[in-house]
Design a protein around this ligand. Structure first.
Ligand SMILES: Cc1cc2nc3c(=O)[nH]c(=O)nc-3n(C[C@H](O)[C@H](O)[C@H](O)COP(=O)(O)O)c2cc1C
Length: 347
């Protein structure tokens, strides 16, 4: 395991300051659409009591037309610090949405300027704002004026390899009042392919005064440390590494604070967590929760003998009971094979 260099240790020993908000952790749980609902965030929070959480991204236009706050925006007062993430291209709708988010308890407002999905970019939101820096600037200014919590931006390094515009873009965001920027080190054209180019994040860090959070390819404690060393960033944000693994943010945070590695959860520990996740999704969302749980269950069922078979069974669950029975059978099999391997070792 990499040890923290003394320079890194001293750089990370103070709280992360996002404007007026102080966070006692340098590891953040990213916004993940379809994933980071209240149920998932509660699981992450259990292992990462100090870290910043993010909601799934929320459309400001949709919010403008809704009479009631959508469930996706619901925040539990106990889960702070939390950022509510918004996306759109209309500064006025974003300002209005930000005010609703603050009323709901957001500690910061994050604006999504990185989503690569066509449906979003065609309407001028997400990463398409990298190509319209004047609109992005107007958005940040208007939202900053509308709320008294810090406004932050999450973006990518550029639209494609010919347009890596992050240095100017990030400076513009800072000049307009953004209090932190998270940089995913891929272009929009990359989607989620290839590497996150941390070297670009290092260059952003060199030219900004506000905190810079590094994102992309943080899948372990080791990769988090390497990323912090390479980029000089003020923190790291975990994304796909948390799918089926709500322990990751806590594991990295624990290492940064203590220099110690937490024991990894066993396959059985992960499956117990999967059962809890399934039950909680159903309690929170009813039938729709079961549907959403199928993908989570598949993510938990990885990395042990029989996992592929378990995944295909879990992709068909239609009740909590059904899911729990399948997982319980897998736990019994894992327990039996553990006993056999102990016997084999003993003989
Ligand atoms: C399923 C999924 C949903 C995502 N939803 C969001 C989102 O709502 N808002 C956002 O800013 N980024 C979103 N992202 C991007 C991630 O936050 C992150 O920037 C990206 O996955 C890169 O990090 P990674 O390489 O560690 O996964 C999403 C990514 C995935 C895979």
């Amino acid at each position: 395991m990499n040890k923290l260099s003394p320079a890194l240790e001293s750089r990370l020993s103070t709280p992360l300051k996002i404007g007026s908000v102080e966070i006692q952790s340098r590891v953040l749980q990213s916004p993940l659409s379809g994933v980071t609902d209240l149920v998932f965030r509660r699981l992450v929070r259990r292992y990462a009591p100090d870290s910043m959480m993010y909601t799934e991204m929320i459309s400001a236009t949709e919010l403008h037309h809704l009479k009631e706050l959508p469930k996706i925006m619901e925040v539990d007062p106990q889960e702070r610090p939390i950022s509510i993430q918004l996306f759109d291209c209309r500064p006025d709708f974003l300002a209005e949405a930000a005010q609703k988010a603050v009323a709901e308890g957001a500690d910061t407002i994050d604006i999504n300027m990185g989503c690569p999905v066509n449906k979003i970019t065609k309407k001028g939101g997400g990463s398409s704002l990298l190509r319209q820096p004047e609109v992005a600037a107007a958005i940040v200014k208007e939202v900053v004026n509308a709320v008294d919590v810090p406004v932050t931006v999450k973006t990518r390094i550029g639209w494609n390899d010919e347009e890596i515009t992050i240095l100017d873009f990030a400076k513009t965001m800072q000049n307009c009042g953004a209090q932190m920027i998270t940089v995913h080190g891929r272009t929009r054209a990359q989607g989620y392919n290839g590497n996150s180019r941390w070297e670009w994040i290092a260059r952003v860090k060199e030219v900004l005064d506000i905190p810079v959070i590094a994102n992309g390819d943080i899948f372990s404690v080791e990769s988090a440390i390497e990323c912090l060393e390479v980029t000089g960033a003020d923190g790291v944000m975990c994304s796909r590494g948390t799918l089926g693994y709500p322990f990751l943010v806590g594991e990295i945070d624990y290492f940064l604070k203590t220099g110690q590695i937490l024991p990894a959860p066993t396959p059985i520990g992960k499956l117990e967590c999967a059962k809890e996740h399934l039950q909680a999704l159903y309690n929170y969302k009813g039938k729709q929760g079961i549907q959403q749980a199928r993908k989570h269950m598949a993510w938990y069922a990885k990395g042990f003998a029989g996992a592929a078979d378990l995944r295909s069974q879990l992709s068909l669950i239609d009740t909590v009971q059904h899911g729990i029975e399948i997982i319980d059978r897998a736990i019994i099999e894992l327990n039996n094979s553990n006993k056999t391997s102990v016997c084999n070792k003993a003989t």
